[in-house]
Structure formats: C-alpha cells, structure tokens
Design a protein around this ligand. Structure first.
Ligand code: SF4
Length: 274
C-alpha cells in the first residue's frame, strides 16, 4: 500500500470517484513530485511546508521557422476565428489533406480554453476517431495517470494533436498532412496562449520545436519559442510499447509541474529573441 501522505494533488471530486485500487495503481506507477506532495499536505490557501525550492529551468532557444514568424506578425490562417468554438466550426468539414477521406470525426482537441499547459500529440487513433475526443484510448488513459500524478486535472489543461483526422491504419501522419493541419494547431495556440507546451512524441516535437529534432536527444529539455516554453517527451503510446520510457517521461512531467508552479507567463507580442 502506498503511504497516504504521498498522495499527489488532484481535485477532491475526481479523486473521490477513484476506487482505492486505482489510486494505488497510479501511485505505484509514478512517484509523486515532492512539490505536489507538499501541496497536497498543505492546508488550503497556505504555503506548502516542506516543498522544495523551485529552480528556474535552463531554457534553450528553438529555431524560429517561417510559419511561426508569420504567425507572430499576425498572418493568421483563420482570421475569422476569435474563439476555439469558431475555429472548430471552420475545421469541421476540412479537406485540406487526404486524411479527410478516412475520418469519422475531426478530433479538434479539448480542455480548458485558457489553459496554461497544453499537450500536443500526433494524431487521433481509432477510439479518438469514433468519439471525437483526443487521447481516450489506452495511451490516453496512461496520459491521464501521468497528469494526475503530476497534480494536473485533465480539464485544467488543453489536449490536441498535430493532425486532427485519423491516419488510416494508425500510421504516422505524412509531413504534408502535418503541414496542412499546422495552421489549425497554431491558431489553437494563438487563442489559448499556453505558457507551457508538452510535445508528446517525435512528430509534435518536429512540428513545434525543430524539424530536425530527434526525440531521444531533445526530450526533457525546455525550449522557448513564440512566447511559450516547450518541452518534448515521449508519446504515451511509446510507454505502452516500452515501459522503460516511463521513468524519463515522469522526470519530464516533474519539470512541467515545477515550471507551472514557477508561474511562467505566455510572452505575447514580440518575437522571442534568439
Ligand atoms: S488532418 Fe487537418 S488538414 Fe487534414 S483534413 Fe483533417 S483537419 Fe484538415
């Protein structure tokens, strides 16, 4: 049995709904970050005693590609969309790439429209295509566990994918498909203005950080781009295939927790200096 004092922070209602076996399984998967544990122990509204001092992470400048630059000077691909709902309506019948031929639903994304933390995956799978919601299959359930252990409620963050339509056979999206859908992702980011972004997997990393990036090399590093701090990590599906990746991913989410607690704000306006 895990020590109850090590329970990470999560909404009381959500935690209350979980059976004890599920709580134990989650705790055994991921060792809660000390800051999360201390916050869980602190009386509401008070500073957490015993919480470790937060250290500002080292942040690297990611290459600024033309698409991001265009976005910053407000060459908005969806100028009529002033809310996520309006953008979602515009994307509902999208045929910008061949992925529209096989989809059931455009899986737009979901979560807090004012989220400080945004997670970006690769593309919808069968469960997502059927439900219209991102990350609801086995990988999504694992992501929920990781978020929970890091002290984030799912409805506190925003979750989206690089491509919004399911690639046939769950193949990786082609570069041309990622490029076709990229303006939608950028517009989601423009509207949400997340201060922290986690790239789940290689495609999201190559789309948002650097097209030449290798996930095994850049994972766990913070990058600064377009007013956001972006951290690449492995995709939850990779953890299901290779459980040895759970530990590094958990280390990465501890960094996300710390950065979130430091209160880094989205730097809107001027381009990020290089
Ligand atoms: S993947 Fe994106 S660009 Fe391609 S059809 Fe779907 S919504 Fe449109």
């Amino acid at each position: 049995m895990p020590d109850a004092r090590n329970a990470p922070r999560m909404p009381d209602t959500e935690r209350a709904r979980m059976p004890d076996t599920e709580k134990a399984a989650q705790l055994s998967l991921f060792d809660p970050h000390p800051a999360v544990t201390a916050a869980a122990l602190a009386p509401s509204g008070q500073a957490a005693p015993g919480a470790p001092a937060l250290r500002r992470p080292e942040v690297r400048k990611a290459p600024v590609d033309p698409v991001f630059l265009a976005w910053r000077v407000r060459e908005d691909p969806f100028p009529g969309a002033s809310t996520l709902q309006e953008l979602q309506q515009q994307m509902a019948g999208c045929r910008r790439c061949v992925l529209h031929e096989h989809r059931t639903t455009v899986v737009f994304g979901e979560g807090n429209p004012n989220a400080r933390l945004m997670l970006v995956g690769e593309g919808p799978g069968a469960n997502e295509d059927a439900t219209g919601r991102p990350f609801v299959g086995a990988a999504g359930q694992l992501l929920d566990r990781i978020l929970w252990a890091a002290g984030f409620a799912r409805d506190e963050v925003y979750i989206a994918n690089v491509v919004k339509c399911r690639p046939p056979g769950n193949r990786l999206p082609e570069p041309s498909e990622a490029a076709a859908c990229f303006p939608c992702l950028l517009t989601q980011m423009r509207l949400i203005k997340p201060s922290l972004v986690v790239c789940l997997g290689a495609l999201a990393t190559q789309t948002l950080v650097d097209s030449r990036a290798r996930i095994t090399k850049v994972r766990g590093e913070w990058y600064e781009k377009a007013g956001m701090r972006i951290l690449p990590t492995f995709h939850p599906a990779a953890l299901l295939r290779d459980p040895s990746k759970k530990k590094p991913v958990w280390e990465d989410f501890k960094k996300v927790r710390e950065a979130h607690d430091l209160g880094y704000a989205h730097q809107d306006g001027e381009p990020v200096s290089r």
